[in-house]
Ligand binder design. Structure first.
Ligand code: GDP
Length: 476
């Protein structure tokens, strides 16, 4: 009873690469042409929110007819936006200001609830969902867990301060995720504001904004004075239109956890964003390795809601345990099935904990088996001169067949942010005369990110060369 990953993907109507990625995260890396057993296939099917239908005991078959959303069932859904940027450049102020621009807030009279995400309704009736945990940690932490909920990134840059290390990190994270970006040039009310300088600095990072003849939208705003928030929201709407974001609201819900906590009175709470389908009060759900029944749902205005459709953030009550951000929520038919799926996911987690090897070159490449051959890495060094020398040296190793891609480079210790970036792409981190801090080491262990330390550049380049040669060896 086996099936190739490719065939399974085809029957599920999913991309093979996504299945490979999922397997990678479960700690059992495979390539797209490899076969997997029935249990693993069943798990993958559940992971993707599909239904497993054994045709006979001896056969594996998957009912795809109910699961691939037909074009005519798709309806536009609001974009999900994450705001990133350097500390103090105004992310929180901007999130607050935008929230204040919501036309529904006033009339509803509800109290503002911080649930990890909120939705605003614009004057033209369109809606935009914002994740209100600013910063790239949350963004990459979720991506490292395979959850891609963000459709658009708004990069905030203070016009009086320009590009700073965390701005550059945010740019690199966004690029690695392949998410389109809008630049909000903030604090234009300040005397020292120089928006043009920001645009020029962005050029050095291959971000060419519209004002410079490129296609990345840039908007000048002041979060403090609430200047041109409409312009920013319009830019988001325009980008959303280009993306043609759609989902089928008429099906069992699939959602992603964006925030979760334990409330003394109400028990485990999870804020989820519905990806497709509609979540209803009373639905039986599995979230990560926890299961339960939706007892109630609360929106970002503190109101009880009975239903939550695509891109609508709600806080869910009724889970048996606290899930993690990035966990998938799946609706199942009955409680027995919920317990079964939850137990199964737990057993896979346990197995993963005891048997999985650190990210090795082999599974790193398997992870990207179906994409163009790239060798991603993160480079940290003790001084700027070394950073530049290393980036130059490794870039020179690139050939026509395989290309080194430095996702991020910088001076200083290896941080948690470096690790989450590396984890989301299966890249190793190279430390040149630097080490990780405690938190980064722990995160690397948890996410199985390979850390390599060097103090001689040619040792480092030798390793990269041999790794790349191995990759290009016999056909994979
Ligand atoms: P964050 O760290 O990126 O979330 O930044 P905050 O939103 O906390 O803002 C940092 C500081 O910048 C605060 O003192 C804000 O009042 C101030 N600030 C934010 N936006 C603006 C703006 O548009 N103009 C001015 N003058 N100050 C701003």
């Amino acid at each position: 009873e086996t099936i190739t990953v490719q065939e399974l993907a085809k029957r599920m109507g999913e991309r093979g690469a996504d299945l490979v990625k999922s397997m990678f995260k479960l700690g059992t890396p495979v390539t797209i042409t490899e076969t997997i057993d029935r249990d693993t296939a069943e798990l993958l099917i559940e992971e993707f929110g599909h239904r497993f239908v054994p045709v006979s005991e001896a056969d594996i078959d998957i009912d795809t007819s109910i699961d691939v959303d037909a074009d005519e069932t798709l309806q536009p859904r609001p974009p999900v936006v994450t705001i990133m940027g350097h500390v103090d450049h105004g992310k929180t102020s901007l999130l607050d200001a935008i929230r204040g621009a919501d036309v529904v807030s006033g009339e509803a009279g509800g109290i503002t609830q911080h649930i990890g995400a909120y939705q605003v309704t614009l004057k033209d009736g369109s809606k935009v969902t914002f994740l209100d945990t600013p910063g790239h940690e949350a963004f990459t932490e979720m991506r490292a867990r395979g959850a891609n909920v963000t459709d658009i990134v708004v990069l905030v840059v203070a016009a009086d301060d320009g590009l700073k290390p965390q701005t550059i990190e945010a740019i690199n994270h966004t690029k690695a995720a392949g998410v389109p970006m809008i630049v909000a040039i903030n604090k234009i009310d300040k005397p020292g504001a120089n928006p043009q300088k920001v645009r020029e600095e962005l050029l050095q990072h291959e971000i060419i904004v519209e004002a410079m003849g490129g296609d990345v939208q840039d908007v000048e705003v002041s979060a403090l004075k609430k200047t041109n928030l409409d312009g920013l929201l319009e830019a988001i709407n325009l980008q959303a239109e280009i993306l043609e974001l759609k989902a089928n609201p008429e099906r069992a819900a699939e959602a992603t956890v964006v925030e979760a906590k334990l409330d003394k009175g109400r028990g485990p709470l999870a804020t989820v964003l519905v990806q497709r389908g509609t979540l209803n009060v009373g639905d039986i759900i599995v979230v990560g390795a926890a299961s339960g029944k939706v007892r109630a749902m609360i929106d970002d205005h503190g109101r009880q809601v009975k239903q939550a459709g695509p891109s609508f953030p709600v806080e869910v009550l009724g889970l048996g345990a606290v899930p993690s951000a990035g966990d998938q929520l799946t609706v199942v038919e009955n409680e027995a099935r919920a317990r079964e799926v939850a137990a199964y996911r737990q057993s896979v987690l346990d197995k993963k904990r005891t048997t999985s090897a650190p990210v090795s070159l082999e599974n790193m490449f398997a992870n990207r088996a179906s994409t163009t051959k790239e060798f991603p890495m993160v480079v940290k060094a003790d001084v700027q001169g070394s950073v530049e020398a290393i980036v130059n040296a490794v870039n020179k190793i690139s050939t026509d067949e395989i290309r080194v891609r430095v996702l991020h480079s910088g001076v200083g210790a290896i941080t948690e942010s470096d690790v989450t970036l590396a984890a989301s792409t299966g890249a190793p981190i190279i430390g040149f005369n630097v080490r990780p801090n405690a938190k980064a080491r722990e995160t690397a262990e948890r996410n199985k990110v390979e850390l390599r330390y060097y103090d001689v550049i040619y040792h480092l380049t030798d390793w990269v060369k041999s790794a790349m040669a191995g990759e290009l060896g016999p056909e994979i």
